[in-house]
Design a protein around this ligand. Structure first.
Ligand SMILES: [Ca+2]
Length: 345
């Protein structure tokens, strides 16, 4: 009996040794081969967010990137509904959506998208399919960030912030929760590869801003939190308004380019609203930089950013710095950028 017991114990020991060895042989999890992207959008400030989204859906459909989720950083269920119908229209009905509930609501530049979200066909059915009927069930934007980052490979996530920095600020000030034992800052430090932020009025030769850009003015405290808490180890690429300013997609051209249907969310926006408001293709500069050739949009040398009491930022050149900003191109460059946006329709 004793012998049998010893034999069983030995067998167990051998088995556990074997499984330890198997554990050691297990390959390291592979880094994803394509960019893993979270879009953080104010969606109803101007129409350029819609084109940034359209580009991302197209790249994702071609397998060139993976969309992890959409964060709607402007408050309001209608804005979440527009993100939802965009996800559905472009073939991503399961893409998670998070909604800001402690940020900016109706400030200047706000487009009320209710007629798009509620548009119906002649039978009274919604013109654009949606996944959700009740947007109160969506997680807060910063909670979605925490879920997505907790599940991502280390150093793998690219964030594209084409809107107001309130949700990122809420992420950065968040504490450990059921999704991760890490604070928001630690989650960003560990999981995020790069942040793109459509912001600033920095231009070559202007190392100090002349005025804070729109996205930061929408929530100055959040802008300060982002710049002060963002980890030095994680790269940031700013897209100053001077870059997108050069790329104009006129409302007439948008409508005539989408000539095969009227049932298209961007075309519906252009058919129902006066979009001739001086807006330019600012936000698409983020996906274009990430997904197209490296030399498509020139970048400044590396540096650091400091933020003053007036939330204007100064750029201090530093080869070890984690901030760079995009540089505007010439007329031929602007045409090339516009063509890439038009090709995504
Ligand atoms: Ca925007």
């Amino acid at each position: 009996m004793k012998h049998t017991k010893n034999f069983i114990l030995l067998a167990f020991a051998a088995l556990s040794l074997f499984s330890c060895e198997r554990e050691n042989l297990k390959p390291e999890p592979q880094q994803p081969s394509v960019p893993q992207i979270i879009l953080d959008t104010d969606i109803a400030s101007s129409t350029d967010d819609l084109f940034a989204m359209q580009l991302l859906y197209r790249y994702a459909s071609q397998g060139r990137c993976n969309l992890l989720g959409v964060v709607v950083d402007r408050m309001g269920d209608t804005n979440a509904a527009v993100a939802d119908l965009m996800n559905n229209y472009y073939g991503f009905p399961s893409l998670p959506i998070g909604l800001e509930r402690n940020g900016t609501y109706e400030r200047f530049g706000y487009i009320n998208y209710t007629p798009i979200a509620q548009a119906t066909d002649t039978n009274g059915n919604l013109l654009f399919a949606r996944t959700y009927s009740d947007y109160s069930s969506l997680p807060d934007g910063y909670i979605l960030y925490r879920q997505l980052l907790a599940n991502a490979y280390d150093g793998s996530v690219t964030i594209m912030l084409t809107g107001i920095p309130s949700t990122i600020a809420n992420l950065l000030t968040s504490d450990a929760d059921q999704y991760s034992p890490l604070t928001g800052v630690e989650l960003v430090r560990r999981k995020v590869k790069r942040l793109y932020f459509m912001a600033t009025k920095l231009e070559p030769g202007y190392e100090q801003e002349v005025s804070a850009g729109y996205n930061r003015m929408m929530h100055p405290e959040a802008a300060r939190t982002l710049i002060q808490l963002w980890p030095d180890e994680v790269d940031v690429i700013l897209s100053p308004s001077a870059v997108g300013n050069l790329v104009e997609y006129t409302p007439e051209q948008v409508i005539s380019d989408i000539d095969w249907t009227d049932i298209h969310p961007i075309k519906q926006v252009y058919m129902r609203y006066d979009c001739n408001t001086g807006q330019r293709m600012w936000d698409p500069m983020l996906p274009l930089q990430e997904m197209e050739d490296d030399d498509l949009i020139a970048l400044s040398p590396r540096g650091r950013i400091s933020i003053g009491a007036d939330i204007k930022v100064s750029f201090i050149a530093d080869p070890e710095g984690n901030f760079r900003y995009q540089m505007p191109g010439d007329e031929a460059w602007a045409q090339r950028m516009l063509n890439l946006i038009r090709a995504s329709n």
